[in-house]
Design a binder for this molecule. Sequence first.
Ligand SMILES: Nc1ncnc2c1ncn2[C@@H]1O[C@H](COP(=O)(O)OP(=O)(O)O)[C@@H](O)[C@H]1O
Ligand SMILES: [Mg+2]
Length: 260
Amino acid sequence: MNTPTHAANVKIACDAVSMTFIQKGVQRVPVLRDVSMEVFDQEFLVILGPGQCGKTTLLRIIAGLETPSSGEIRLDGAPIDGPGTDRGLVFQSYMLFPWKTVLGNVTVGLDMNPALTPEERRVEAKRCIDLVGLSGFEKYYPHQLSGGMKQRVGLARAFSMQPKVMLMDEPFGQLDAQTRFFMEQETERIWLSQKRTTLFVTNNIDEALLLGDRIVTMEGKLPGQVKASYRVDLPRPRDPMDIRFLQLRQEITDAQELTL
Ligand SMILES: Nc1ncnc2c1ncn2[C@@H]1O[C@H](COP(=O)(O)OP(=O)(O)O)[C@@H](O)[C@H]1O
Ligand SMILES: [Mg+2]
């Protein structure tokens, strides 16, 4: 559990973040309590927790889509107070425009940047489409793509904005097991090529162990709280049959009582 402690290395800081939703004006739903954690520069951090423990809520707060009831999130030291292109989002649902091609879906974010000429946008979109392995599919529409390919489009779109950090919320939850494993390997390949700081949420322990430099676990009941942090000091690509992989898997499972 030895992690870098230099403040300068901290990319995302969550400082005592709590969230209580008010339903129908009166009923209070406490979803997060006192969540404090950091994501370090160039780190691949995985938040692991069962369903309904507040993971998506936390990511939405970091994305600036929700305001926490108390506490603060900082990105590069500056408090977050709304959405921004400095955070690239990839969610479980693909969020693609069905009437736009792959190229059109990837250029969406770039089109908002007046500093870029149309040609520069195309070049940048093409670079990101190459990065996620979709070259040759630029003119396809979402309905012509498999689930894994749709999620690649989402990844390319998020990357195209050159965000400071990537926020990924169970991005492969809808994929079949084989495609999921392939996409996990692809995610690692892309991350290794760029080392873009990534905060990745999952309920899947094997996915967490395959991808994370570090795994932060969350409690299985509301309000969600951080439980522990594990450093995954194993060489990449990880081997799920490696004895150390299995030992850490057991250690986390024992501590977590994961009911997945
Ligand atoms: N806008 C909301 N209003 C009320 N309750 C909410 C809202 N958003 C999420 N919740 C509640 O927060 C809990 C945790 O949800 P979520 O953050 O999606 O967890 P997870 O991603 O870990 O499954 C759920 O029980 C859900 O009912
Ligand atoms: Mg969720």
